[in-house]
Design a protein around this ligand. Structure first.
Ligand SMILES: Cc1cc2nc3c(=O)[nH]c(=O)nc-3n(C[C@H](O)[C@H](O)[C@H](O)COP(=O)(O)O)c2cc1C
Length: 160
């Protein structure tokens, strides 16, 4: 599968989206390539999350999340949010420009090619991953320069 070219996305969620009085309200982000469009009507997308990852645990509890399609200028962001055993999610977002999604409260990364806000419709356990299918509630495609960030044979790539 390392020979399949994949686009790189950042999946994000805000812990307090359903519980504004919750104790922590951390933003959580995870780099992913297992992201795809599923249906146009209704608009559905899917992401595969490793079972037991922080994002999988969070989305088992709350249905709101977002996806930012990363541009070729954002490999540092991709690398940062793929780190395991990180200190604190808050530090990861510290110097990153983002807006907060109106519907989900999740970070939408500035400079991304597009952003999607989603609500989980279905969760399917498949081996050691959870396939999370979400309905797209809101989408933006800002006028951003540059092409996509791709991943091929274990390395980040740009087109061309
Ligand atoms: C290019 C790339 C693509 C990745 N794609 C996925 C993915 O689709 N699903 C997933 O669960 N983890 C994926 N990962 C791994 C997660 O980013 C990583 O395990 C996570 O950020 C660490 O958090 P955790 O300690 O909670 O697992 C990918 C990592 C990289 C570098």
């Amino acid at each position: 599968m390392s020979r399949l070219t994949a686009g790189v996305v950042l999946v994000t969620a805000h812990e307090a989206a359903l519980d504004p009085d919750g104790p922590r309200g951390e933003d959580v982000g995870m780099t992913a390539t297992s992201f795809m469009s599923v249906s146009l009507d209704p608009p559905l997308v899917m992401v595969g999350l490793r079972e037991g990852s922080r994002m999988d645990d969070l989305l088992a509890e709350q249905p709101l999340w977002a996806v930012s399609l990363l541009s070729e200028h954002q490999r540092i962001i991709a690398g940062r949010f793929a780190m395991k055993g990180r200190v604190s999610d808050r530090l990861l977002f510290e110097d990153i420009r983002y807006d907060r999604g109106e519907v989900t409260g999740a970070p939408l990364i500035g400079g991304a090619l597009a952003t999607l806000e989603c609500r989980t419709e279905q969760r399917v356990t498949a081996g050691d991953h959870t396939l999370v299918i979400g309905r797209v509630l809101n989408a933006t495609a800002p006028g951003v320069d540059g092409g996509p960030l791709a991943y091929f044979r274990g390395r980040y790539r740009q087109l061309g």
